[in-house]
Design a protein around this ligand. Structure first.
Ligand code: XMP
Length: 513
């Protein structure tokens, strides 16, 4: 088992980032709610703890807190923002409402003699976001960083291994934040850094073999990054005991079904017992006349399960069902946030209950998306598949506003293929989080040759995002957009207008439905 740093979640928005940034140093992390932290420490024996930020004020009665004994285990602790304030508050310091709120990039003066700031510049730009501040550090602590407005931007009690920073080292705006986190795990916690992708793959293969024995395994393969990596990992572990079912629901991008088959099918490089089910018409029939986005999602999810079940029944009972769950799906917020359902994001509408299986295998449940990609590369999966942009489970159905028809699917497929091709040709895809064409439900008047047309408008979208929860519209080069527009209106029948979506998220979402 790798050495572990436990990230104790107090409900901050960057908590997954903290865990990721630490993992970039080859140190394994897990996130645990503050309510379960003490049990997790006893059970998992971490070599370091990081207390995260959070939206509350430590001195208010119902704010999240933790038993003080956490500081007496002899395990080094780094408190970040709320975590820093909580640590100070619990250990006898004073936290108060700051006379001046600090928000944004801020110059911080650090004491480079601190283990936390080794090789960090004396004045360094950090990301601040706080209303409260540490007015007086707790007894035993010395201040090792300050800003013009914040007397305690960082403090330490070296003898107890306790460190705190008011700013956020995990966000990229903190220019030397990665170095600080690396200093914490290596200089303070004494980590060796043994969490590497090759060892993840090797360890997982061994563990899967042991768990599965001679059992039969079934996997729903979509061709997306997660299910592809999960399938290849399983295949590496148990070979012919694995069967992969790929349901082509007719809502994939142009030629995607064939591309998936080429890589994973019988003529590809893997031995996955690959079964392709061409269920396009079934999905089109179910979707006929349906306009409401959530209804479309539900129909697709349910139909997917039906198709998968029918296929699975053909080979009877299996022992294990593979799910491509990844870590962000698993982590709960420390505060159990009750956010409103904007869209039901499940690829499939739950688990197939008619498939007879004993256990679920989730080989990627400890990995972040970029780590899943790294595992995919380690397994030799082609780069085009590994670095794919996200594609929603309901596919093009959420990129066709209103009713889905086979004709509309074809239109959006063609327009999207042209868009992606031209973006690739121009090398304009660098840094884009996601980009695609959608078909609006709007028809408008145009003129082609000497004829009046009354046809559809395609919308192009490209967004910059890392977390897909917020996004900005990307400023694509005008000449690329011009080429794409001209090709789409010329090559895709029944499209006479191309629009570019300039909206960010919020208020729009990335997909159109
Ligand atoms: P939105 O549109 O909510 O999308 O801004 C955020 C991210 O989620 C993807 N997405 C989905 N993924 N099933 C999925 O598996 C869905 O129904 C679904 N809807 C949106 C979207 O592509 C983006 O990456």
């Amino acid at each position: 088992m790798s050495e572990l740093v436990l990230v104790v979640d107090f409900g901050g928005q960057y908590n997954q980032l903290i865990a990721r940034r630490v993992r970039e140093n080859h140190v394994y992390t897990e996130i645990v709610s503050y309510t379960k932290a003490l049990d997790a420490i006893r059970e998992k024996k971490p070599v370091g703890l990081i207390l995260t930020g959070g939206p509350n004020s430590v001195y208010l009665p119902d704010s999240p807190t933790i038993d003080k004994s956490i500081f007496e285990f002899g395990i080094p602790v780094l408190g970040i923002c709320y975590g820093a304030q909580l640590m100070s508050h619990l250990l006898g310091g004073r936290v108060a409402h700051a006379p001046e709120r600090e928000y944004g990039k801020t110059e911080v003066h650090v004491d480079t003699a601190s283990a936390l700031f080794q090789n960090v510049s004396e004045t360094t730009v950090c990301w601040m976001s706080h209303n409260d501040y540490i007015a007086e550090p707790a007894p035993g602590f010395t201040v090792c960083a300050h800003t013009d407005n914040c007397p305690v931007a960082a403090a330490q009690d070296v003898s107890r291994g306790l460190y705190l920073v008011q700013f956020h080292p995990e966000v990229l705006h903190t220019q030397e934040g990665s170095k600080m986190l690396s200093n914490f795990v290596y200089n303070v916690c004494g980590c060796k850094g043994d969490w590497k992708m090759d060892s993840f793959v090797e360890t997982s293969v061994r563990a899967l073999r042991e768990r599965i024995g001679s059992g039969r395994v079934l996997c729903a393969l979509s061709g997306g990054v997660d299910s592809s990596v999960a399938a290849v990992l399983l295949s590496r572990a148990v070979g012919k005991q694995l069967t992969c079912v790929f349901v082509d629901h007719g809502l994939l991008r142009k030629d995607e079904g064939d591309e998936v088959e080429a890589v994973f099918g019988p003529n590809g490089a893997y031995d996955l017992n690959f079964i392709r089910v061409n269920a396009q018409q079934r999905f089109y029939d179910k979707l006929a006349g349906v306009e409401e986005p959530e209804k479309k999602r539900k129909i697709i999810g349910e139909e997917f399960i039906r198709v998968f079940e029918e296929e699975a029944k053909k080979f009877g009972a299996v022992d294990f069902l593979v799910q491509g769950t990844i870590y962000p799906d698993v982590v709960e917020s420390g505060l159990g946030g009750e956010s409103a359902v904007i869209k039901s994001h499940h690829n499939v509408g739950g688990l197939p209950d008619c498939v007879d299986f004993k256990e679920i295998v989730e080989p990627l449940r400890d990995l972040f998306k970029d780590e899943v990609r790294a595992a995919g590369r380690e397994l030799g999966i082609p780069e085009v598949l590994v670095s794919r942009q996200p594609f929603p489970g309901p596919g093009l159905a959420v990129r066709i506003v209103g009713e889905v028809t086979p004709e509309k699917v074809k239109m959006v497929q063609e327009a999207d293929a042209i868009y992606r091709e031209e973006i690739a040709k121009a090398g304009a895809d660098k840094g884009l989080g996601q980009y695609f064409a959608a078909l609006t439900n709007m028809r408008s008047v145009g003129v082609m040759g000497d004829e009046r047309t009354y046809d559809y408008a395609v919308a192009l979208r490209a967004v910059l995002t890392t977390d897909f929860m917020t996004a900005e519209s990307a400023q694509l080069p005008w000449d690329v957009l011009a080429t794409v527009t001209s090709r789409i209106v010329n090559e895709v029948p029944h499209v006479n207008r191309v629009l570019y979506d300039c909206t960010g998220k919020p208020p729009a979402t990335i997909e159109f439905e």
